[in-house]
Ligand binder design. Structure first.
Ligand SMILES: Nc1ncnc2c1ncn2[C@@H]1O[C@H](COP(=O)(O)OP(=O)(O)OP(=O)(O)O)[C@@H](O)[C@H]1O
Ligand SMILES: O=P(O)(O)OC[C@H]1O[C@H](OP(=O)(O)OP(=O)(O)O)[C@H](O)[C@@H]1O
Ligand SMILES: [Mg+2]
Length: 410
């Protein structure tokens, strides 16, 4: 749910219920005729406002998540949301840079930027949860966030669509954890936890920031008596502080849990997460520029992520013909390449005669199999082995793009 500030000429106190925001006073009602119209038509519910004496002309507006502040038909520029801070921010910029999509930001406190290679596209830096909220509200068309954030704040809304589900960083899992001592010492699974007699007399207290996924998971796992305390960070402290019995939070290395005497339990992983590329379905369907920019970003990401674990290896090899050299190369398990070796003759001159004594072979090998591949190349007579990194491996078609078009029925 997003909040915007809107300047209004005058306010009238209304008889509606108390403000949903505890720190704010009862609602004020603004007659429709007096609302200064923002740049587009949108349905708003005015929830509450600041005291007139403090801020006479400002009200807080709760915007319907499905009503964009600037209607898509008015906004022609494609908006791409990237994490503004936190652990996803730098890795996202690095990945885009590796795909030759350099984000040009004038200074780190400026929240709008551009990618010169992508015309008619604005980058907006936002906190990951706000990227999802703004995609839902139609204020962004594309975004990169963790799958956990997408699941928590996307609320299963069908207007969001995952374009790339595995960008290869931000790996973590959302997991239920309990103390590794005291009454929990012998508890090793969610089932055992749910069956502890303690939770008949009093509720199991869970600390989490995942207020949508958390309660759903506990309910699905048969916990009938649960209360939640909400915190944004350092949740691992809650059990030791006596605030909670269990926590539901992100785990990556497991160090924070261990350092706070907590443990994960069997069946306690809600989801596995990594960075993903998400789009607003409506924008993709209605705007060609959104589709074109998405396709280019996706193609570059797919081709780069396919290439990132591979090296190109070239070597020279003696042989009477390309077929004979190919036979030798193919006999080695680590040298089969992506689609078999590329072999071309190297013409050298002996006694005035030009002959293809050598052949140059080019193969792609997985980075982790590099040394083995070089050894095998040498065994079959390879020399002058050159190894270079790969930026992209473009296939004839981009599988994820094909899938996306199918899902969008385009
Ligand atoms: N320990 C971790 N290891 C790897 N990825 C993580 C880890 N913790 C979080 N992430 C991923 O990075 C995303 C952003 O986490 P980050 O800690 O930067 O922000 P946050 O905790 O959600 O917000 P805040 O700015 O309030 O701390 C998470 O949504 C998740 O996808
Ligand atoms: O398993 P680990 O590798 O130890 O990582 C897990 C920790 O990382 C995240 O916290 P973060 O560092 O983002 O701090 P925060 O609690 O302030 O969000 C998460 O909320 C855990 O606390
Ligand atoms: Mg964090």
């Amino acid at each position: 749910m997003s909040l915007s500030l809107l300047h209004l000429p005058s306010l009238q106190k209304c008889s509606s219920p108390l403000s949903p925001y505890p720190s704010l006073p009862p609602c004020f009602h603004v007659p429709c005729s007096e609302r200064r119209k923002p740049r587009a038509i949108w349905s708003t519910s005015i929830s509450c406002c600041f005291p007139q004496q403090l801020q006479q002309s400002v009200v807080v507006v709760e915007r319907n998540a499905t009503s964009p502040s600037v209607l898509l038909s008015e906004r022609k520029v494609v908006r791409f949301g990237l994490p503004s801070k936190g652990r996803m921010a730098a890795d996202t910029l690095d990945l885009l840079k590796d795909c030759q999509l350099l984000v040009k930001q004038v200074n780190p406190r400026q929240y709008v930027a551009e990618i010169p290679q992508l015309s008619n596209l604005e980058v907006w830096f936002q906190r990951p949860k706000d990227i999802v909220r703004k995609l839902l509200a139609g204020d962004l068309d594309l975004g990169i966030v963790g799958f956990d954030t997408f699941s928590e704040y996307g609320l299963g809304n069908e207007d969001l669509i995952i374009v790339h589900n595995a960008l290869g960083y931000g790996d973590c899992r959302l997991s239920l954890a309990i103390p590794n001592h005291g009454i929990f010492e012998s508890i090793n699974s969610v089932r055992e936890l749910s069956q502890m007699p303690q939770w008949t007399a009093k509720p199991l207290r869970v600390a989490t920031g995942f207020t949508h996924l958390g309660p759903k998971f506990m309910k699905d796992n048969g916990f009938l008596n649960v209360t939640f305390s909400i915190a944004d960070g350092a949740l691992e402290a809650a059990p030791a502080m006596g605030i909670a019995d269990a926590i539901l939070d992100l785990v990556s290395s497991g160090t924070t849990l261990k350092e706070n005497n907590l443990k994960e339990i069997e069946g306690g992983v809600l989801l596995e997460s990594q960075a993903i590329l998400v789009a607003r379905k409506k924008s993709l369907i209605e705007q060609k520029d959104v589709r074109d920019r998405t396709k280019e970003i996706l193609e570059r990401l797919e081709a780069h992520l396919r290439a990132v674990d591979q090296f190109t290896v070239t070597a020279h090899m003696r042989g009477s013909s390309a077929e004979e050299v190919a036979g030798r190369v193919r006999s080695q398990p680590s040298l089969s390449g992506l689609e078999g070796p590329t072999i071309s003759p190297v013409f050298s001159k002996h006694n005035g005669k030009v002959t293809p004594d050598y052949h140059a072979i080019v193969i792609c090998v997985p980075k982790k199999a590099l040394y083995k591949s070089v050894q095998q190349l040498r065994e079959i007579g390879g020399s002058g082995v050159l190894v270079s990194p790969l930026t992209y491996i473009f296939e004839e078609v981009t599988p994820r793009w094909k899938e996306l078009l199918l899902k969008l029925q385009l």
